[in-house]
Design a protein around this ligand. Structure first.
Ligand SMILES: Nc1ncnc2c1ncn2[C@@H]1O[C@H](COP(=O)(O)OP(=O)(O)O)[C@@H](O)[C@H]1O
Ligand SMILES: [Mg+2]
Length: 424
């Protein structure tokens, strides 16, 4: 799969962008703060309906367009996609509109110009993103690690995505009902109905996450051992499902066995009813505590996952280099898995990651890049790439929200930019 054309309106520092993208490799270069990352972000946003950076969707609306006295501001992202056997157009709109009641904000999704639910956009464009901030996954919060699973898995599993969305709503309702029960002593029957729903949805999530991480782990371990560390180091990627009351403190590996056992069981259990039964029983055993605290203490919303290198927690004991190799292995495994699941290469998006890798890792990553259907890289300094790599890629200069396609001619080494690809 690849994008043949990308069109942006009022997205970040792009007032208007019309960009034809070639199959194969594209290198976006230019000084800092010109819009390279923003361009990758727009593609990621179209693929996942989430921004890797913004915590608030309104941040992506172009500042110049987003004036307080404008009655309506529309941000549009449109991609023409070519897959192995068809073409389609996907579109996302963010609409900010002044209403008598105040400012309203909504998002719309379209496939081939017909409105669809936002969730239906997922799976039409699949991407794997490499950013330096990926490293924060290892040391960051469990919620960041869950977000990673959710975004990645939603690209290939629409049932998971729908189930997750229903689970989150049910969880909120159940927590509200728990608090009401604590305050008034009534409404336990409402909690009970919500618990049944939560169990059904949550069990499906447990199962799908367990299988997903197990398959990712297998690939990541192989890539890490064989290609990244010359058969010197082994990593293990493990799912820590929260099907028990006691959580796991960061870096504490003494209590990890029950989590790993549960994860293995979840991945191999063929009958989801058995998972539901265990989830329901555990919820029942913590019911009084949950009523007292007003929160549901167990369930996939408290899940986590972790890496170990040579048997020790990577977050606690790994060197920066070891952490980088593990992340790289994870991302490469993501590519492989997506290809296996869908029969198509995802689009690779790499933001300034090549610069920070040593020679061996860089060569391996660029191998993945060159074997992909489409890859888009950013770099402030394109000279760090080999001539061979540059010759086989298209290069685009990004300056202040405008792009210029470089057309190097063999006689002329100076790579003078020509033919502006955007107009305003
Ligand atoms: N909503 C927005 N509207 C207009 N400009 C924005 C918006 N959000 C970020 N920017 C600008 O975009 C530029 C950063 O672009 P970025 O893609 O991160 O640059 P780089 O080329 O270094 O990757 C900055 O100048 C920033 O101020
Ligand atoms: Mg950048």
């Amino acid at each position: 799969m690849y994008i043949t054309h990308l069109s942006l309106t009022n997205f970040r520092n792009y007032g208007r962008l019309e960009l034809k993208l070639p199959q194969s490799v594209t290198l976006l270069h230019g000084a800092n703060a010109q819009g390279k990352t923003n361009l990758l972000e727009s593609i990621y946003y179209l693929a996942t309906t989430r921004s890797p950076a913004a915590d608030n969707d309104q941040q992506i609306i172009n500042w110049d367009a987003n004036q307080p006295d404008e009655p309506i501001v529309v941000t549009r992202l449109v991609a023409q996609i070519q897959t192995a056997n068809n073409k389609k157009q996907i579109e996302l709109r963010l609409i900010k509109e002044a209403k008598p009641t105040g400012m309203s904000f909504r998002r719309e999704a379209l496939i081939d110009r017909r409105k669809v639910r936002l969730m239906d956009l997922l799976g039409n464009l699949r991407v794997v993103l490499f950013v330096p901030q990926d490293m924060a996954l290892i040391n960051g919060s469990p919620s960041a690690r869950r977000r990673y699973i959710d975004i990645t898995l939603c690209q290939t599993d629409s049932v998971y995505c729908r189930t997750l969305s229903s689970y989150n709503k049910t969880l909120e309702q159940r927590n509200a009902a728990l608090r009401r029960a604590a305050e008034t002593g009534r409404g336990h029957d409402v909690v009970s109905i919500l618990t049944d729903n939560l169990v059904e949805l949550g069990s499906e999530i447990f199962k799908r996450r367990a299988q997903f991480i197990a398959s990712l782990a297998l690939e990541a371990q192989k890539i890490h051992y064989e290609s990244l560390t010359g058969r010197h180091e082994t990593i293990r990627l493990g799912y820590l499902p929260r099907l028990q009351y006691q959580g796991l403190a960061r870096g504490d590996d003494r209590q990890v066995d029950p989590f790993i056992e549960t994860a293995d069981w979840l991945a191999s259990e063929t009958d989801v009813v058995n998972i539901s039964q265990r989830f329901a029983e555990t919820l029942k055993s913590v019911y009084d505590k949950d009523v007292a605290s007003g929160v549901t203490s167990i369930g996939p919303h408290r899940d986590d996952w972790r890496f170990w290198v040579n048997g020790r927690s990577l977050a606690s004991y790994g060197s920066r280099g070891q952490q980088r190799s593990a992340m790289l292995a994870l991302k490469m495994a993501e590519i492989k898995r997506m290809r296996q699941e869908t029969g198509e290469h995802p689009i690779l998006l790499l933001d300034e990651v090549v610069a920070e890798l040593d020679g061996q890792r860089r060569a391996l990553l660029l191998d993945y890049v060159q074997n992909s259907t489409q890859a888009i890289l950013t770099a402030t300094d394109p000279t760090m790439f080999t001539n061979r790599f540059l010759q086989s890629s298209s290069t685009i200069l990004v300056q202040n929200g405008r792009v210029t396609i470089n057309q190097p001619s063999p006689e002329n080494e100076s790579n003078q930019p020509s033919s502006p690809a955007s107009s305003e």
